[in-house]
Ligand binder design. Structure first.
Ligand SMILES: CC(C)(COP(=O)(O)OP(=O)(O)OC[C@H]1O[C@@H](n2cnc3c(N)ncnc32)[C@H](O)[C@@H]1OP(=O)(O)O)[C@@H](O)C(=O)NCCC(=O)NCCS
Length: 219
């Protein structure tokens, strides 16, 4: 819960699972190794993210390490949560909320989805839940997403969430052997209420051009 009174430091201790229309977000466990390996070992999934294809051992090490975090208690921490389909219990991806600064109340989101279930809005739905955690429960002032310009699918997620593109950093990083142009998206706490209920009915959402896109029936 959000608590920013002078005597109490804000922190985020969600009650799990976090439920959305079609998903459950929850901490990863050792039982998720195979599901994580299914997508985190794929070169196409890792093309624009700051990690290389992972093997079973690395995933197990992560699970015993910082992926075991279940709460954000201070700046510099990241909370990684698994995306589970509520209907089947299948783990299909993961999202991360970083708490960058206590003073500036700044955070960042990231998301990775198994390509087998792409195109259903699950990543957007999960990332939307992260924005809610960051703004409504941790009391962040500003949340960003930093995306390689070539990563069209990720750019679309940020836009669909209602995040504002603020910067285009031309060839600012030598990323996996190539110059990467970074797009910086952001949302402020004061902008969040306009987007909080965007997916509330689970049937439709507005894209950046404000046209209503009908969501297909749940597969
Ligand atoms: C980035 C990534 C998570 C996006 O996955 P995605 O499946 O395209 O995104 P979503 O789950 O939000 O699905 C969006 C698509 O589902 C459609 N959709 C269907 N039902 C929907 C609904 N109810 N709500 C929203 N979108 C819906 C959208 O129209 C959109 O289709 P489009 O791509 O044809 O425009 C995925 O490509 C990925 O994991 N990439 C590798 C890792 C990565 O690069 N992560 C980002 C690093 S910055």
């Amino acid at each position: 819960m959000l608590d920013v009174s002078p005597n109490q430091q804000p922190e985020l201790r969600p009650a799990y699972p976090i439920r959305t229309e079609r998903l459950l977000l929850r901490p990863l466990t050792v039982g998720d190794v195979d599901a994580l390996l299914a997508y985190r070992s794929r070169p196409d999934v890792c093309r624009y993210v700051p990690f290389d294809p992972m093997d079973r051992q690395l995933i197990s090490e992560r699970l015993a390490g910082h992926w075991a975090t279940v709460a954000l208690t201070d700046e510099g921490q990241g909370l990684t949560l698994g995306i589970e389909l509520a209907r089947t219990g299948e783990l299909v991806g993961d999202v991360v909320l970083f708490w960058h600064s206590r003073e500036h109340r700044g955070g960042e989101i990231g998301y990775v989805l198994n390509p087998d279930v792409a195109g259903h809005g699950y990543a957007t739905e999960a990332a939307h839940a992260l924005l809610r955690l960051g703004f409504d429960e941790l009391g962040l002032h500003r949340i960003v997403a930093r995306i390689d310009e070539r990563n069209d699918a990720s750019v679309k997620v940020a836009r669909r969430l209602g995040m504002r593109q603020e910067a285009r950093l031309v060839q600012n990083e030598l990323f996996k052997g190539e110059w990467s142009t970074e797009l910086d998206f952001a949302m402020l706490a004061e902008e969040w209420p306009a987007h909080r209920d965007r997916f509330a009915d689970g049937r439709q959402h507005r894209d950046t051009d404000d046209s209503i896109i009908e969501a297909p029936a749940v597969p």
